[in-house]
Design a binder for this molecule. Structure first.
Ligand SMILES: Nc1nc2c([nH]c(=O)n2[C@@H]2O[C@H](COP(=O)(O)OP(=O)(O)OP(=O)(O)O)[C@@H](O)[C@H]2O)c(=O)[nH]1
Ligand SMILES: [Mg+2]
Length: 334
């Protein structure tokens, strides 16, 4: 993947996300004398000259843990500049066999993704941790004509397995707040999180999971609008916007339109190749949006994205998850 001059001076690092049957992730502790010593890490190491990321990962995970890599899936790539070193972390979810042991004497630990504490890892790992905690599907609500009908559609969406929903509704302030509160209660009961397309003040007042900024809000955003225990997302349409999203501390971005979409007939679709190029340079998880169906989450992931976002195909759909591979079943994590 490294292509630009800046990339050639980066240390390419293959990083493995190793899960057990309970979905816990394996982390190991870096020895005190090493770069980023005493922090926890995902096992892996430097890619040798001429070596593929997959081969490097297989070699490193054998050397460090004594496990065999059967297959890998791209999770995220992060370019990061430490004061003393520039790295490109090429993170892969690993299918593996064996019994992991700390072959270099390093302590190992299995943790649920939600229990991963960013402050205990190198700074470059933050987006990796976010990527592990975010689902593959991000459902954006339809606007609301009738609150009762809208809530029924929400119930169907939750029953279909949605775990992260954007509240994107235009109503007068009081009706909007009442609907958001009811939506939040239903999302919580279903174990899903509710993002608000609105203001940071509204998110705090309602107690929602986070804020989804539109492109104009992002452009005017000087710094992260909410503390770390909220999520912050941003709608992006360009590499500059993806950089701005990272600069203002957003946890993830939604990049659109990837495919032609009836809701924005005048916008030129990016296509998957451009999506992949822009995502490769992004330093936060990115969902694909625009003219997509739930089944496209797999394509988005193969192209380096976090997954797929959408309205039609997701919102109010009753049974997508249980019957078809295009549904949201198995959506959390990887
Ligand atoms: N393995 C690994 N390296 C990481 C992570 N995050 C991160 O910033 N790095 C950085 O990536 C670089 C290379 O990783 P490494 O030290 O594991 O390389 P290695 O296994 O080949 O070690 P070696 O130097 O003993 O040969 C280090 O500068 C390290 O700080 C992570 O989660 N896992
Ligand atoms: Mg290593």
């Amino acid at each position: 993947m490294p292509s630009t001059a800046a990339d050639r001076t980066r240390l390419s690092v293959a990083v493995g996300v190793i899960r057990d049957h309970r979905g816990r992730v394996l982390i190991s502790r870096r020895a005190a004398h090493r770069h980023q010593g005493e922090r926890w890490e995902f096992p892996g190491g430097k890619v040798d000259a001429g070596e593929s990321v997959e081969a490097a990962l297989a070699r490193e995970l054998d050397e460090e843990l004594g496990i065999q890599v059967l297959d890998t899936e791209p999770l995220i790539e992060i370019a990061h500049d430490y004061a003393d070193r520039r790295v490109r972390l090429q993170v892969r979810a690993v299918e593996w066999r064996g019994t992991p042991t700390g072959r270099e004497g390093q302590p190992l630990h299995w943790l649920a993704p939600e229990a991963l504490e960013p402050a205990e890892f190198p700074v470059a790992n933050r987006p990796i941790i976010t990527a592990l905690q975010l689902p593959r599907h991000y459902v954006i609500s339809r606007d609301c004509d009738d609150p009762a009908e809208w809530l029924m559609a929400l119930d169907r969406t939750l029953a279909a397995g949605a775990t992260m929903i954007a509240f994107r509704v235009r109503l007068d302030a009081a009706a909007r707040r009442a609907l958001a509160r009811e939506a939040l209660a239903r999302c919580r009961a279903a174990g899903a999180s509710l993002m608000i397309n609105g203001t940071a003040a509204e998110v705090r007042e309602i107690g929602a999971a986070g804020l989804h900024m539109n492109a104009a809000q992002l452009a005017a955003c000087p710094s992260r609008p909410l503390p770390a225990d909220y999520r912050v997302a941003a709608s992006c349409h360009s590499p500059e916007a993806l950089r701005q999203a990272a600069a203002c501390g957003a946890d993830f971005a939604v990049l659109s339109p990837v495919q032609p979409t009836a809701s924005h007939p005048d916008a030129a679709p990016l296509g998957w190749d451009t999506f992949a190029q822009w995502v490769a340079d992004a330093t936060l998880p990115v969902y694909a949006l625009g003219g997509l169906q739930p089944g496209d989450a797999a394509i988005a992931r193969a192209r380096g994205g976090q997954g797929a976002a959408g309205i039609s195909g997701w919102w109010g759909q009753a049974s997508a998850s249980s019957s078809s591979p295009s549904g949201m079943a198995g959506s959390p994590g990887i």
